[in-house]
Ligand binder design. Structure first.
Ligand code: ADP
Ligand code: ADP
Length: 222
C-alpha cells in the first residue's frame, strides 16, 4: 500500500533574481505504516519537502498524493481539511499554548475538529497515557521538561487519529535523555501502525527508520 507519492516535485521560493530552487524533480513513495526519515545537510530542502508532503505549502511543479488524493487538485479549504483530519504535525519548538495545561493543549486540537467536549477529555487522557504523561495532565508547559513538552506535542498531533505523523526535527531542541524518550514513543507508534515521516539529524532515529530519504541540493540521493 503506497500512502504518500510525489512525482517530479519542484519548489522555487521567490521570483526573478531572488528565486531559490529548494527542490528539483523529487519522486518518491512511502508505504502505509512505514517509519521513514528525511536526512541531508542543512538548507538542502528537507523542511520544504515535509511541508509539501503535509500540504502546508504547494509545489511549484509536479504532484503530491496522500492516499488517493492529489493535493494540487484541492482548494485551500479542502487542503486545510486534509491537514486537520489526516495529518499530525510536530515541530522542533513544540508550539504548545503556554497558558493551557497539557490536557487542554491536546483538547484544543479536537475542539477545532468538532469533537464533543466529554470525548475530548477522554481522548486527551488516553493520549497522555500513551506518551507516559498521565500524571502531568494538569501541568502547564513551563512545568514540564523539554522532552515532556515534546511528548505532549506528539499526543496533540495524534488527537484526531491522523493517517500520518509528519515531524520536522522533533528532537532538535532536546537533550539526549529526552531524545531517547521521543524515540521510544516513535517506535511504539510505529508498532501500532502509524505512518511516520520525520526530518532529522539524529542518527539514532535515522537508524531506527525503515526508509531513509536522503536529500542533497534539493534532489533525492538514491
Ligand atoms: P510565514 O509563512 O509565517 O510568512 P515564512 O514563509 O517567512 O513564514 O517562513 C516559513 C518557514 O521557512 C519558517 O520556518 C522560516 O524559518 C523558513 N524560512 C523562511 N525564509 C527562509 C530562508 N530564506 N531560508 C531558510 N528558511 C527560511
Ligand atoms: P532544510 O530543511 O534541509 O534545512 P529548507 O527546506 O528549509 O532546507 O530550505 C531549502 C532552501 O530553500 C534553502 O536554500 C532555504 O534558504 C530556502 N527556503 C526555505 N524556506 C524558504 C522560504 N519560505 N522563502 C525563501 N526561501 C526559503
Amino acid at each position: 500500500d503506497i500512502f504518500i507519492r510525489t512525482e517530479n516535485v519542484g519548489k522555487v521560493y521567490g521570483t526573478g533574481e531572488a528565486a531559490t530552487t529548494a527542490l528539483r524533480e523529487v519522486s518518491l513513495e512511502i508505504g502505509k505504516g512505514v517509519f521513514a526519515c528525511i536526512v541531508g545537510p542543512s538548507g538542502h530542502g528537507k523542511s520544504t519537502l515535509m511541508h509539501l508532503l503535509g500540504g502546508l505549502d504547494r509545489p511549484s511543479s509536479g504532484s503530491v498524493w496522500l492516499g488517493g488524493t492529489e493535493l494540487s487538485g484541492l482548494d485551500n479549504n479542502r487542503l486545510a481539511a486534509v491537514r486537520r483530519e489526516k495529518i499530525g504535525f510536530v515541530f522542533q519548538f513544540f508550539n504548545l499554548l503556554q497558558n493551557l495545561t497539557a490536557r487542554e493543549n491536546i483538547e484544543t486540537a479536537m475542539m477545532l475538529a468538532g469533537v464533543p467536549e466529554r470525548r475530548q477529555t477522554e481522548r486527551a487522557m488516553e493520549l497522555l497515557a500513551l506518551v507516559g504523561l498521565a500524571d502531568k495532565a494538569n501541568n502547564k508547559p513551563s512545568q514540564l521538561s523539554g522532552g515532556q513538552q515534546q511528548r505532549v506535542a506528539i499526543a496533540r498531533a495524534l488527537a484526531n487519529d491522523p493517517d500520518i505523523l509528519l515531524m520536522d526535527e522533533p528532537t532538535g531542541n532536546l537533550d539526549s535523555a529526552a531524545e531517547a524518550e521521543v524515540l521510544a514513543i516513535l517506535r511504539d507508534l510505529h508498532r501500532r501502525g502509524t505512518t511516520i515521516v520525520i526530518v532529522t539529524h539524529n542518527d539514532q532515529i535515522a537508524r531506527a527508520a525503515e526508509q531513509v530519504i536522503q536529500v542533497k541540493d534539493g534532489r533525492l540521493v538514491s
